[in-house]
Design a binder for this molecule. Structure first.
Ligand SMILES: [Zn+2]
Length: 77
């Protein structure tokens, strides 16, 4: 599973107030403790979600160190 290969879809229902949300976590891409910026919710169709064993919505975060966008499930906080 490659974290960096996640497709980033335009967010229809993005909410302004969550844009400043930040998170400090271990980055699965650069292997460093880093701040992450909230990017919104990734949505998949039911079919894709079931095939990947994922929920249909997944919060996405961007690493401030390596600028990789990862799904919340791959972060170790
Ligand atoms: Zn990183």
């Amino acid at each position: 599973m490659t974290q960096a290969a996640l497709p980033f879809l335009p967010l229809k229902n993005s909410v302004r107030r969550v844009e400043s949300r930040e998170l400090f976590a271990h980055c699965p891409s650069c292997q460093k403790k880093s701040w992450f910026k909230y990017r919104g919710l990734q949505r998949w169709s039911e079919t894709v979600a079931m095939a990947c064993g994922l929920p249909t919505t997944m919060p996405l975060w961007t690493c401030e160190t390596c600028h990789t966008t990862v799904s919340e499930s791959s972060l170790r906080i």
